[in-house]
Design a protein around this ligand. Structure first.
Ligand code: ZN
Length: 323
């Protein structure tokens, strides 16, 4: 009877200690301690006492008492019953997650190659002709609203067709939402033993800053070192264009292109550099017309070898030691 009650009580009390915000360490101590104490009568008593105390004050006094007890400290070195209670393992997991965050935090290509899994992207990719027409009408109406809001007469002859024209242009500027890396690459990956630096430079980029919907334009340089496979050279500018025809920030655009190449080609390394001028900087805000922004993303062997990085930088004509 007593045995039943105390056994029944233990998981319950460990639940309550979790909900009161006690540390995981605390949980694991309770868990691993249990089997070792079940034989002795005194320990049973002590357990009951502890349990009573815990239900009274939410386990606070027990938590305070624990560090001073050498018995409990010993139990830390024993294997925890539940793997989730094991403090060592938790620490390891955390370290691993920290390590992956240093470079390329997320794989840009998801299972279908869409590379930005958002509801809107998928809807736009899969829409019917009717849905596309409805989208266009909605956008046209919104642009008409903008005209009204800036103080124009939307029925004035000069701007009468502007909403439709702008809607069409906007859908073109963002056509990258309807494309995916898989279709663009289209199996244009060829086995080739060339394992030296391949560069496509001065790729013109026209993108829209996602913060202001204002253009930023510039040039992108892509370099990679193959690992027995090369990609059709025209595919590199096309990958860059796909990502630039979405709302972007330059840093992400650079990274997404590098990650995409890394993902589809699995080369030894990729280095992408982009230099561009942002209209949101030059037309508003700081109004510095001459400023250009340079971003760089290095993956694989470029990350490890300075010599390889410098070879790329000197070949594309960007200042040495920049990346
Ligand atoms: Zn901006």
């Amino acid at each position: 009877m007593v045995q039943f009650a105390s056994d029944n009580g233990s998981p319950e009390s460990s639940n309550s200690s979790t909900s009161t915000g006690l540390s995981d360490l605390d949980d694991s101590v309770n868990g691993s301690l249990k089997p070792t104490t079940s034989s002795s009568k005194d320990d049973k008593k002590a357990r009951k006492k502890r349990k009573r105390r815990r239900t009274k004050d939410g386990g606070i006094s027990e938590a305070d008492a624990q560090p001073s007890s050498s018995k409990r400290r010993n139990s830390l070195s024993k294997a925890a019953r539940d793997p989730r209670d094991e403090p060592e393992r938790k620490r390891k997991k955390k370290n691993k997650a920290e390590g992956t965050e240093t470079r390329s935090p997320s794989p840009v290509i998801d299972f279908d190659g869409l590379s930005r899994p958002s509801r809107g992207t998928r809807e736009r990719l899969e829409e019917s002709t009717e849905q596309a027409a409805a989208r266009f009408e909605k956008l046209r109406g919104a642009v008409r609203t903008i005209l009204e809001c800036v103080g124009e007469d939307p029925d004035r002859e000069g701007v009468l067709d502007t909403p439709a024209r702008y809607a069409k242009a906007m859908l073109f500027f963002t056509k990258g939402y309807q494309q995916n890396v898989k279709d663009i690459v289209n199996n244009a990956i060829f086995h080739e033993s060339h394992n030296e630096l391949v560069i496509v430079k001065n790729i013109e980029i026209f993108s829209l800053c996602e913060h202001h919907l204002v253009p930023f334009t510039g040039k992108m340089h892509i370099g990679y070192i193959p690992r027995n496979n090369v990609i059709g050279l025209s595919k590199l500018p096309r990958i860059a264009e796909m990502f630039s025809r979405r709302l972007q920030v330059q840093e992400r655009l650079t990274r997404e292109v590098a990650n995409a190449i890394m993902e589809v080609l699995k080369p030894q390394g990729v280095h992408v550099i982009m230099e561009s001028a942002h209209l949101c900087m030059s037309m508003r805000g700081v109004e510095k017309t001459g400023a250009s922004t340079v971003t760089s993303c290095v993956l694989g062997c470029f990350e490890k070898k300075e010599k390889t990085r410098n070879e790329f930088l000197s070949l594309v004509g960007v200042t040495r030691g920049l990346a």
